[in-house]
Design a protein around this ligand. Structure first.
Ligand SMILES: NC(=O)c1ccc[n+]([C@@H]2O[C@H](COP(=O)([O-])OP(=O)(O)OC[C@H]3O[C@@H](n4cnc5c(N)ncnc54)[C@H](OP(=O)(O)O)[C@@H]3O)[C@@H](O)[C@H]2O)c1
Length: 283
C-alpha cells in the first residue's frame, strides 16, 4: 500500500492564506507577544519562527526575552502589563520555564481572553464542555490536518499515546466532542499503560505525542491506520524524526504525517489562527 503523505506545510500555508483575508476584513492589527525566559536553544528557534510568521501575516509581533534569573513575581508583573495592553491580543509564554518559576502560576496569570496557547484552566474547562474557546495549537492543528484531507474521525477509534496537558489530553478532548471533525471513540495511552501495542493496533487513527524517536513501529499498527506524528526528536547528527517509524508504518498506513513537515507547521498556523480570534474579541 502506498500511504497518503499528509503535507502539513502546504496545509498550514493554505490556512495562513485564508487568515490574511480574515485579517484584511478585521480592521485592526492583531498583536502577538511571545515571552521567552532564559536561553534554551530549542525555545529560541520556536519563538523566532513564530515571530517571523506573525510578521509575515502583518501582525504587530513582539518577542520579549528575559534573563533566566527573572523571578516569578517579576514575570507575573510583566504578564499583567501585557494583559492590560490593548494592542496585545495574544500572549504566549514559551515553555518550559526555568525551574524556579511555577509554570501553572504563570499560565493562570495570562488573561484567558489573550491565552492563545489555550493552556489556562478557564479555556481547558471550556474545551472539555465543548463550547467555543482557545484550543491548544498542536492538537487543534492535528484536527485541522484531518479536516484538510477529509479524514473524518466520526465513529473511528482514535488512540492517543501521550497524556500531556499541551498535546495528549486536549487532543482527546477535541476528538471526543459531539461536534464536526470529532465524534470519535478515544483511548489515551501513557508510560504506565500495559500492553500498549495491543491498544495501538486497534487504532483507526493513531496520534503519537511521546517524545521518543521511532517509538511506534509497524508491528504496533493495523493495516490502513491514519498515523499522526506529533513527536519531534533529534538524532545525534541533528536530523529530526518523529515518534513514529515513518518508513515502516507508511508501508501499512492509509495516511501518515512526516516529521518534519507534518504537525509542526500546523502548530504555528493555529497560533496565528488563535491570535486572530483573540483580536476579534477586541473589535
Ligand atoms: N510538532 C509540534 O508542534 C509539537 C508541539 C508540542 C510537542 N511536540 C513534541 O511532541 C512530543 C510530546 O510532547 P509533550 O509535550 O506532550 O511531551 P511530554 O509532556 O513529555 O509527554 C509525553 C507523554 O508521553 C508518554 N510517554 C513517555 N514514554 C512513554 C512510553 N514508553 N510509553 C507510553 N507513553 C510514554 C508520557 O507518559 P506519562 O504521562 O506517564 O509520563 C507522557 O504522557 C515531544 O517530542 C515534543 O517535542 C511537538
Amino acid at each position: 500500500m502506498s500511504a497518503i503523505i499528509i503535507d502539513g506545510k502546504a496545509t498550514a500555508k493554505a490556512i495562513r492564506h485564508a487568515l490574511k483575508a480574515e485579517i484584511a476584513e478585521l480592521g485592526l492589527t492583531p498583536g502577538l507577544t511571545t515571552v521567552l525566559v532564559g536561553d534554551d536553544p530549542a525555545s529560541e528557534v520556536y519563538v523566532r519562527s513564530k515571530g517571523k510568521i506573525a510578521k509575515r501575516l502583518g501582525f504587530k509581533s513582539e518577542s520579549i526575552r528575559l534573563p533566566a534569573k527573572t523571578s516569578q513575581p517579576e514575570l507575573v508583573e510583566y504578564i499583567q502589563r501585557l494583559n492590560a495592553d490593548k494592542t496585545v491580543h495574544g500572549i504566549l509564554v514559551q515553555l518550559p520555564l526555568p525551574a524556579h518559576i511555577d509554570e501553572q502560576v504563570i499560565i493562570e496569570t495570562i488573561d484567558p481572553q489573550k491565552d492563545v496557547d489555550g493552556f489556562h484552566p478557564y479555556n481547558v474547562g471550556r474545551l472539555s464542555i465543548g463550547v467555543p474557546t482557545f484550543i491548544p495549537c498542536t492538537p487543534l492543528g492535528v484536527q485541522k490536518l484531518l479536516e484538510a484531507y477529509n479524514l473524518d474521525p466520526f465513529g473511528k477509534h482514535v488512540v492517543i499515546v501521550g497524556r500531556s496537558n499541551i498535546v495528549g489530553k486536549p487532543q482527546a478532548l477535541i476528538f471526543v466532542q459531539k461536534a464536526a471533525w470529532a465524534n470519535a471513540t478515544v483511548t489515551i495511552c501513557h508510560s504506565r499503560t500495559q500492553n500498549i501495542a495491543e491498544i495501538t493496533r486497534q487504532a483507526d487513527i493513531l496520534v503519537a505525542a511521546i517524545g521518543q524517536a521511532n517509538f511506534i513501529t509497524a508491528d504496533m499498527v493495523k493495516e490502513g491506520v491514519i498515523a499522526i506524528d506529533v513527536g519531534v526528536n533529534r538524532w545525534e547528527d541533528g536530523t529530526l524524526c518523529g515518534d513514529i517509524d515513518f518508513k515502516g508504518v507508511a508501508e501499512k498506513a492509509y495516511a501518515i504525517t512526516p516529521v518534519p513537515g507534518g504537525v509542526g507547521p500546523m502548530t504555528i498556523a493555529m497560533l496565528m489562527y488563535n491570535t486572530v480570534q483573540a483580536a476579534k474579541l477586541y473589535r
